[in-house]
Design a protein around this ligand. Sequence first.
Ligand code: PLP
Length: 370
Amino acid sequence: MSPSCSLRYRMIYLDNNSTTKIDPAVLAEVMPILNGPPSNPSSVHRLGQEARARVAGATKQIAAHFGVKTKEVVFTSGATEALNVVIRSVPSGLHIITSSLEHIAVLEAVKLTGCTVTYLDPEPGKGAITAAQIAAALQPNTAMIVVMAANNETGVKTDLEPIAALAEEKRIALVVDGVAQVGKEPFTLYPGISALCLSGHKIHAPQGIGVAIIRSRFPARPLIVGGPQQRGVRGGTENVAGIVGLAKALEFTTDVAHLRDRLEAGLRSKLSDVVVHGENAPRVGNVSNMAFPGVEGEWLLMQLDLAGIAVSHGAACSSGALEPSRVLLNMGIAPKLARSSIRFSLSRFTTEAEIDRTIETVVKLTSQAS
Ligand code: PLP
């Protein structure tokens, strides 16, 4: 084992919204494929047929999981690609409604559509936009709404049911970024949802596999053209091991709210001024984004890293940047408080002992800082 590898495994890993450890049950499905004979699902020989059967089986399983048809399951390299293919299917010159809290993949994709875009900010104190805000922003040519099921930085959930009902009533495509919610709690694919985008590596499957559930009524235009795979919606040889791993990973949903609550209660009992962002909003159970007033979040992240605890200061893509989190600022949080914030994101592999050690370490470090 290389030194970096052993170091990695000694870490207390509380950065699961960046990526997750592969579940042993997923690995057990994936490894025989990676170790096995070469097999391309498009090949006519028996190895190809076996691979094709594996992909078909996993597709069937995922379709059943979400209650959709197998032809509505499109595999991609991850959520970024899934969001791109769906969002960039919208005809140009129309209108899109989204929020200022979305992942950068959404914000960059909508820019390329040639549509006008309304970016809604959440109401003060809330961490998500509402159906009422969307209804008020509708224009005669609104063609698409893009929202996240839960925010990856705060865990705050969007109330999707009324948004889906509105989209259905107005016959507007609703695209849901399900990355931060699926796998944490049961997800309902409301009839008004036209597309759902996910990444395998956020739910204990390997990196490099994602899925877009695209309802038949949604006219998806391929983003990646090539071979006739996946009915032409996404060309290229399928990632067989990734697809099988993703199907397995979707079997598990683990709520770790008790561990998040333990972390928040433990820190609060010792540090009276801790602020939990989105505390009063419905949240998924695996995230706590907390401000430690008077402490630089970037400094705390680095000190925790040295102490063997991996956390994040905002979204992974912007880690290392010194500016405060855009999501926190757009929630109306003061820049100084946003700058002193840390995201702890837990998984089903997080233990109580790790939470207790984290509480102890944060308390020690913040008292040194002040
Ligand atoms: N959406 C959300 C909410 C995310 O947190 C992420 C990744 O952090 C993505 C989309 C993009 O996922 P990926 O980088 O796996 O494509």
